[in-house]
Ligand binder design. Structure first.
Ligand code: CP
Length: 316
């Protein structure tokens, strides 16, 4: 018997809600399965029949470019039928509750829900509510978790750095409001990265963040020294309740990643960013478009990783 709401009674992945508490074996199985899909996404005919006959519903209650589109592409490449619910034009605007919407879509024989929501816990709520044969994937909930983003980041790191041993990884920026940072920290520590640093001003750090097994820095010069991987984060202005910073110019001066600051990390270090980027605030264009940036490969790998997650869930 396990207490993880993501796992079925056999310890297999039933839903993907967070990277927290998932064993390394499950994370690695997703990454290894994604490797097999990278080839599919590069072929002329980019389709395999693994999810033929399955209906996947994308429920994005918050804006998205990368996650929504790559989930749709991933589902289509697996030959599933994909429905993108237009939330603005849905009956949510007439007061229908989230679970009533889910009940109605379930009555249309949904097999999987991909959910993005501004409320932390929305995907968990749906996962607890649906019939056991329906799978739920969290595509980002509030400040809580964004597991497929963290997984595609892990996939990208492994592709460029070969494994997770001996790596020094720095997560830089607005940790406080970031669901991505939380999911990255759990994935990195579970996969055995020996040193995870977070670099942020005090106002953008969660309380007692050291308990997650990370080393905290407030100074870029110290925090970036000899780092192999830089995971940059956006200032999540839409989730800030008050002013956390004097100004974006001041933030860029101290925490914006420029070529000069990047030179403090290892020469062969790589730079990731989940997007959307705010150029000139957390990252300079010379770095975002520079030779150490793997930001666009991240997006491409996101398709294979999401294909892997959906295939594994459908098989459990
Ligand atoms: N990384 C990410 O979640 O981007 P979108 O908001 O565009 O999906």
């Amino acid at each position: 018997m396990n207490n993880n709401p993501q796992l079925n009674k056999n310890g297999e992945l039933q839903h993907l809600l967070t990277t927290e508490g998932l064993p390394a074996s499950i994370l690695l199985n997703i990454l290894d399965t994604a490797e097999s899909f990278v080839g599919v996404t590069a072929r002329d005919i980019k389709k395999v029949p693994l999810l033929r006959g399955k209906s996947i519903f994308n429920l994005f209650f918050e804006p998205s470019t990368r996650t929504r589109t790559t989930f749709e592409i991933a589902a289509k490449r697996l030959s599933a039928d994909v429905v993108n619910l237009n939330i603005a034009a849905s009956s949510q605007s007439k007061g229908e509750t989230l679970l009533d919407t889910v009940n109605n879509l379930s009555a249309m024989h949904a097999d999987m829900f991909v959910v993005r929501h501004s409320q932390s816990g929305a995907a968990h709520l749906i996962a607890r509510h649906v019939r056991p044969e329906i799978h739920v994937i969290n595509a980002g909930d509030g400040r809580h978790a964004h597991p497929t983003q963290a997984l595609l980041d892990m996939f990208t790191i492994r592709r460029y750095k070969r494994n997770f041993r001996n790596l020094r990884v720095a997560i830089v920026g607005d940790i406080l409001h970031s669901r991505v940072a939380r999911s990255q920290i759990h994935a990195l520590t579970t996969l055995g990265v020996p040193e995870v640093r977070i670099i942020a001003p005090k106002t953008l750090l969660p309380a007692k963040v050291e308990r997650l097994g990370v080393h905290v820095y407030h100074d870029m010069a110290q925090g970036l020294k000899d780092v192999d991987v830089l995971l940059m984060l956006r200032l999540q202005n839409e989730r800030m309740l008050g002013a956390c910073l004097p100004s974006s110019e001041e933030y860029f001066k101290h925490y914006g990643l420029t070529q000069e600051k990047l030179a403090l990390a290892k020469q062969d270090s790589i730079v990731l960013h989940p997007g959307p980027m705010n150029r000139g605030i957390e990252i300079d264009s010379a770095v975002a478009d520079g030779k150490q940036s793997v930001i666009l490969p991240q997006v491409t790998f996101g398709i294979a990783v999401r294909m892997a997650v959906m295939t594994i869930l459908a098989g459990n």
